[in-house]
Write a protein that binds this ligand. Structure first.
Ligand SMILES: Cc1ncc(COP(=O)(O)O)c(C=O)c1O
Length: 417
């Protein structure tokens, strides 16, 4: 499958050339791996279908590996590995991208959430409002501080927290609201901010999945008191290991988080409160700075792939593609469809070598981790139903139209059964 033609309009020429070189090499391995050759000999008329992975980070590395190695060499030559120039530059660049005044590099998205909650004054025994349909880290960050997660159901169409739920979930012990911009789509920030302001509650954006997304012309990460980013390798901007960042417009919160991420030190070897080590290292920062140059092209490519999926799915009843309400810009960290026969479809795709993932099969309130909270099935019906029906399809910048067509054709074939 030669995808260069369809990708040419989306990604720069040098990028496509690098990608094409390795793709041709990889395709021949993928098409005719040794063990399959033994089982059957693909002919011209009936070749083995090329697998379509859900995510292919090696395609990205094929295109930008040279730039990455140069950046890593630069750090090696400087012999400065922690809290140096690369990290400081990345903090500025990410804060600017999010429309925030300050960035504080930390060790992971989870640490970003814990630090943000702590800086916003969340303590043991406090309650924090958050959606039950998210990665467990959103909840475990709350639990790490000894606070209690209080769930508010999601909207069934966007999968994001429903601010209409807040009134019946808030109590005098509520100390903060965490909103998640799931799959790359912003939560509905206007009503969230109105509620938070009326109740004087800080808002923390879990922006792990939505860097670059926007809501009514403003980037996610610029709405809350603080916002948290994850640079986990599979994210739209992913490091080569764990990394994260907090962004904020508050100089006071930024200073506090800077202190907390480094053992509570307000001056060298002088600590004024307990903190821990959650510093972002220079190698990861240098890699992320290289990748940041590509992010807007990658985002356009993701959006174009989503448009192609939408176009093809518009002919296929029974599949609900992701919704982007008016005024939102989705960055498609995931392209997530909804379908009643989800598990059977996933098996069907897997048998045909098409990757897909369920993000997330268990809502937080039904996780064993939270059994002590005493929730039952039925407490958050929209989150529970989403957990049974969502399926994320292949989505990454280097995906091509032919691969998207194969995914959609295979789903159409499944639905005819
Ligand atoms: C919504 C959400 N929140 C938090 C996290 C935690 O980030 P990390 O894995 O960098 O700790 C992730 C990603 O893994 C995430 O997807």
């Amino acid at each position: 499958m030669n995808c260069a033609g369809t990708l040419g309009e989306l990604l720069p020429e040098h990028y496509i050339r690098a990608l094409q070189k390795t793709r041709i090499a990889r395709c021949s391995r993928i098409l005719y791996p040794a063990h399959l050759k033994r089982m059957s000999t693909p002919s011209q008329s009936n070749p083995l279908p090329e697998p379509v992975p859900q995510l292919d980070l090696s395609a990205q590395y094929a295109a930008i590996g040279g730039e990455i190695r140069t950046a890593v060499e630069r750090v090696m030559a400087s012999q400065q590995f922690v809290l140096g120039r690369e990290g400081a530059a990345l903090e500025e660049e990410i804060a600017r991208l999010c429309g925030a005044a300050h960035g504080i590099g930390v060790a992971s998205g989870t640490d970003a959430l814990i630090l943000a909650l702590r800086a916003c004054g969340v303590h043991s025994g406090d309650e924090v409002l958050l959606p039950p349909f998210t990665f467990v880290a959103t909840g475990s960050a709350v639990s790490a501080l000894g606070a209690r997660p209080v769930f508010a159901d999601i909207r069934p169409d966007t999968y994001n927290i429903d601010p209409g739920e807040f009134e019946r979930r808030v109590t005098p012990r509520t100390r903060a609201i965490v909103v998640v911009h799931l799959y790359g789509l912003a939560a509905d920030m206007d009503p969230i901010l109105v509620f938070a302001k009326a109740r004087k509650l800080p808002v923390i954006e879990d922006n792990a999945q939505a860097i670059g997304a926007s809501y009514k012309g403003r980037r996610t990460g610029s709405f809350g008191d603080v916002a948290c980013l994850s640079f986990y390798p599979t994210k739209n901007l992913g490091a080569y290991g764990d990394a994260g960042m907090v962004v904020t417009n508050s100089a006071e919160l930024a200073a506090r988080i800077r202190t907390l991420r480094n053992h509570g030190q307000t001056a060298k070897y002088r600590s004024s409160e307990p903190g821990w080590n959650s510093r972002l290292d220079e190698i990861q920062a240098a890699i992320l700075r290289v990748k940041l140059h590509h992010l807007s092209n990658w985002q356009r490519a993701r959006q174009s792939h989503a448009a192609e999926y939408h176009r093809l799915f518009s002919q296929i009843p029974g599949v609900m593609p992701p919704l982007t309400p008016e005024g939102f810009e989705h960055v498609y960290h995931q392209y997530t469809i909804r379908i009643e026969q989800r598990d059977a479809l996933q098996k069907f795709l897997s048998e045909r070598k098409i990757g897909s993932t369920v993000y997330y099969p268990y809502p937080l309130h039904l996780q064993p981790l939270y059994s002590a909270l005493g929730h039952q099935a039925g407490d958050f019906p929209h989150a529970e139903r989403a957990a049974q029906e969502v399926l994320s399809l292949p989505m990454y910048p280097e995906l091509c139209k032919e691969q998207i067509a194969r995914v959609v054709d295979t789903i159409a074939e499944f639905l005819k059964y």
